[in-house]
Design a protein around this ligand. Structure first.
Ligand code: ZN
Length: 142
């Protein structure tokens, strides 16, 4: 069963978009025009480094890759409609910021702190959008 994700819209268009391979996600950053720091997400109200309002910031798409910092399996929904169990993770993105993410699948045994991960698109049940999930990055692609 294959879903063509290219016809779907991102669940959070200000955060990520489908990469050229049709499976991976690129994250959207704003490059601060004053200090050059990458801000994430791109629509943050200001640069966390120098305070520039980022009004003229250039929007940059970078591969959604990072390193697993910590993770925990949730068995109780924290929000209405949240699917459980799910493995919630803190991920150090290559661009610098730490983001909360969700791992694909519910098996913690393949995970470890420091594991390289990448973001992929997963179709949502509504058939119209895709969400961001993280999977181990095996290094097959540069
Ligand atoms: Zn700045």
């Amino acid at each position: 069963m294959t879903t063509d994700l290219r016809g779907l819209q991102p669940q959070h268009p200000s955060l990520f978009q489908l990469a050229a391979d049709g499976e991976s996600l690129d994250f959207l950053y704003a490059r601060c025009p004053a200090c050059g720091t990458l801000a994430f997400p791109a629509d943050v109200p200001g640069c966390s480094h120098c305070g520039d309002p980022l009004r003229d910031a250039q929007r940059i798409a970078r591969p959604g890759r990072g390193e697993l910092l910590e993770y925990v399996t949730l068995h109780v929904p924290l929000l209405p409609g949240m699917e459980v169990p799910r493995v919630a993770a803190d991920i150090q993105l290559e661009g610098g910021p730490i983001e909360e993410g969700v791992m694909a699948g519910t098996d913690e045994s393949a995970l470890r702190v420091g594991l390289p991960v990448r973001a992929v698109a997963v179709a949502l049940p509504d058939g119209e959008r895709f969400a961001c999930r993280f999977v181990p990055h095996t290094g097959a692609r540069a």
